[in-house]
Design a protein around this ligand. Structure first.
Ligand SMILES: C[S@@+](CC[C@H](N)C(=O)[O-])C[C@H]1O[C@@H](n2cnc3c(N)ncnc32)[C@H](O)[C@@H]1O
Length: 281
C-alpha cells in the first residue's frame, strides 16, 4: 500500500502544472483545485521517490518528461462513466436515428460510422455496440463500424479488455447480458467480460481531442463526445465542436452530455434534440 506524499503543493508548482495540463489537454484547472491535484498526484510523487512538487515539475520539463506528462494527464482527468449513461441518447439512436438512415446506408452498401470520442473505460462504447448489434439483428444488410478513443492510456487499456465488475453492468433489458457478456470464473469471479465478437468490432486508439488532426475517417454518421466538454473553457469547446463538425458526414449527429449545452459556442450545427446536434446536409 502506497501512501500519498505529504509534500506541500506550492502556488508556483500548482500554476506550472495547471498551465501544462491546459496546454496539453485543455483541461482547465481553476484556482480552487489544489486539493484535487495534490490528492491525485501525491501517490505518484511517492512512487517516483520525490518529496517536492517542484522536483516533479523539473522532471516533467526534462528530456524524459514527455512520458510523465501522459501519466500526469491520466491522473488528472476524470474518467467516470457508466453503461447506458444518459439512456435517452441510446433510445434516440435506436428509435429515431437508425430507422431513419438505415435504408440509405443499406442501399449505398456502406456501414454506419460511429465514434465515441472520449470513451474512458469503454462502457459508452459497448453500450453503443450493443444498440448497433441489436439493430443489425433485425435489419438485414445493416452494418456498422465503431471507433473509440481517449487521452488516457490507462482507460484505453480497460476499454480494450472489456472486463467490468458485475454490479457495473447495468443493461436496459436482461436478455442482453448473456448475448454480449461472459461471466468470469475463478479469479474473474464477480466480473463480466464483453464477448470477443463485440470487442473485435471496435477500434480503440489514443486521440487527444486537441491534436492537430485525427486518425479517424471524416464522414462519421454519429459522434459521441459526452461529459468531457465540461472540463474545457468556451474557447476550447468552440474549437473542438468546429473540428468535430469537420469529421461528421452531412446529416451526421454530434451527441454531447446532457449538462453540456453549446450555448455561447459559435458553430454550424443545427439543434436536433436536447444535447444532440446535426450537421446540415
Ligand atoms: C467523464 S469521462 C466521460 C466518458 C464518457 N464519454 C461518458 O460520458 O460516460 C471524460 C473522458 O474524457 C477524457 N478526456 C479528457 N480530456 C481529453 C482530451 N483532451 N482528449 C481526449 N479525451 C479527453 C478523459 O480521459 C475521460 O476518460
Amino acid at each position: 500500500m502506497q501512501f500519498p506524499s505529504e509534500a506541500p503543493l506550492s502556488a508556483e508548482a500548482y500554476d506550472f502544472l495547471a498551465r501544462l495540463i491546459y496546454e496539453r489537454s485543455r483541461i482547465r484547472l481553476g484556482p480552487d483545485k489544489h486539493s484535487l491535484v495534490s490528492g491525485r498526484l501525491g501517490q505518484r510523487l511517492r512512487h517516483l521517490g520525490l518529496n517536492d512538487y517542484w522536483d516533479y515539475c523539473k522532471l516533467l520539463q526534462s528530456p524524459v518528461g514527455e512520458g510523465e506528462i501522459g501519466e500526469l494527464i491520466d491522473l488528472i482527468s476524470t474518467n467516470h462513466t457508466e453503461f447506458f449513461r444518459e439512456q435517452a441518447h441510446f433510445d434516440l439512436l435506436d428509435r429515431n436515428i437508425l430507422p431513419a438512415i438505415a435504408n440509405r446506408l443499406v442501399l449505398a452498401q456502406r456501414p454506419l460510422r460511429v465514434w465515441s470520442a472520449a470513451a474512458s473505460s469503454g462502457e459508452e462504447v459497448y453500450s453503443l455496440a450493443i444498440v448497433l448489434a441489436e439493430f443489425a439483428r433485425l435489419r438485414s444488410g445493416f452494418s456498422w463500424q465503431l471507433e473509440a478513443s481517449d487521452i488516457s492510456m490507462r482507460m484505453l487499456d480497460r476499454c480494450r479488455r472489456g472486463i467490468y465488475p458485475t454490479d457495473r453492468v447495468n443493461l436496459p433489458s436482461p436478455e442482453l447480458l448473456p448475448r454480449y457478456f461472459q461471466r468470469g470464473f475463478d479469479e474473474r469471479e464477480g466480473y463480466y467480460r464483453v464477448k470477443a465478437e463485440l470487442r473485435q468490432k471496435i477500434n480503440v486508439q489514443y486521440i487527444n481531442l486537441f491534436q492537430p488532426s485525427y486518425s479517424i475517417g471524416r464522414g462519421q454518421d454519429v459522434i459521441f463526445c459526452r461529459n468531457v466538454m465540461i472540463y474545457f473553457d468556451v474557447e476550447s469547446r468552440e474549437w473542438l465542436v468546429n473540428r468535430l463538425t469537420e469529421y461528421l458526414a452531412p446529416g451526421g449527429y454530434l451527441f454531447v452530455g446532457h449538462s453540456e449545452s453549446l450555448i455561447g459556442v459559435r458553430h454550424k450545427l443545427r439543434a436536433a434534440w436536447p444535447s444532440v446536434y446535426m450537421r446540415p446536409e
